[in-house]
Design a binder for this molecule. Structure first.
Ligand code: ZN
Length: 338
């Protein structure tokens, strides 16, 4: 074994886990959903083999240069109602701390997030027009859906098993992915406008799935009132920060900070970058605003050398206890592997 690897194994490290939804939707191209039953299995593994600590405690250990092995933090992004309905009671049952990063524009909105609407249209709609012919953000699309206009059992199976990390297997997947990629960096207003034109083209009403909605202000207050939980920033409109000028980035952060100050009467000092994306402007702003830490989506553990504004997180998928345990061992290997 070389010295580098040995050093890496001996270095103390904490693991920050990233969750999004506690749900079982029919499609999940980004692997963001964990069922409530699987989530409970994962909590059981954590309670048995690890120590779950709060983000505040991790940051304190990091600041003192005294990280401990076998420590894990739980984080949830986007503020879905299912976090409140399913994650909260299970976290309370097992006494596990967690942080919730909420984009403030969406709190209490009776509308699904734009990325879920896009997913519904292309990956779940029973019927679509035969031709997709629209210009999105000045880019013309002309795609013949042909046989894919109707959701057959065979097509449904392909859409439900496709992962966006792999090559698209159908024209619907390809369109979904191309449009998602094209509109993600746009200002929120333009994204909403593009989605509304796509809905108009599809001629369908995207059903309001209760669980798919963001949580309400009251539910956010209940999370805040529970000492196990912390609220974190996830900007206002969930922009891809690195695609926007510094002025817009700063506004997204200061307005979300002000929102929590007004609603919760307490400052919120940690941030998760939407889509894990940021640039040098973002880093300068988070430091200037005096945030204590910011999380990325880079899958690396936190060590005493980690930059507090570029802390890694590992995305948890819908794994059973054994699969989850195997991932944890890989994510934070140690000399004895405990
Ligand atoms: Zn997010």
């Amino acid at each position: 074994m070389n010295r580098q690897r040995l050093k890496r194994l001996l270095q103390k490290k904490g693991v920050v886990l990233m969750y999004h939804r506690i749900a079982e939707p029919p499609t999940d191209p980004w692997g963001l959903c964990v069922s409530a039953a699987r989530f409970e299995e994962q909590l059981q593994v954590l309670c048995k083999r690890y120590k779950v600590i709060s983000v505040a405690e991790l940051l304190d250990q990091h600041a003192r240069g005294r990280l401990l092995n076998r420590t894990v933090c739980l984080t949830f992004d986007d503020g879905y109602l299912d976090n409140y309905l399913y994650a909260k009671p299970l976290l309370e049952k097992y006494g596990c701390p967690a942080s919730f990063f909420l984009p403030t524009h969406f709190i209490g909105l009776r509308q699904a997030f734009w990325w879920d609407e896009l997913e519904y249209i292309f990956l779940r709609a029973e019927q679509l027009p035969a031709v997709f012919s629209l210009a999105i953000h000045q880019q013309p699309f002309h795609v013949e859906l042909g046989g894919e206009a109707i959701l057959t059992a065979e097509l449904r199976q392909k859409l439900e098993t496709w992962s966006a990390y792999n090559k698209p297997t159908t024209r619907r997947c390809e369109l979904y992915y191309e449009i998602w990629k094209l509109i993600r960096p746009l200002p929120h207003g333009q994204i909403v406008e593009a989605i509304s034109r796509i809905k108009e083209w599809a001629g369908i009403k995207v059903p309001l799935e209760e669980n798919e909605l963001p949580m309400t202000e009251q539910q956010m207050r209940e999370l805040q009132a529970q000492p196990l939980f912390e609220i974190g920033l996830h900007t206002v409109t969930h922009p891809e920060l690195s695609a926007h000028p510094a002025g817009i980035q700063q506004e997204e952060m200061t307005r979300s900070m002000q929102y929590f100050k007004d609603k919760l009467g307490a400052p919120v000092g940690t941030l998760a970058y939407p889509y894990g994306r940021y640039n040098n402007d973002t880093l300068a702003i988070v430091k200037k605003l005096g945030l204590s830490a910011a999380f990325t989506t880079f899958d690396e553990p936190v060590t005493k050398r980690s930059d507090p504004y570029q802390l890694g997180r590992f995305q948890v998928q819908n794994w059973n206890g054994a699969e989850f345990d195997a991932h944890l061992c890989r994510w934070a290997p140690t000399w004895f592997n405990w």
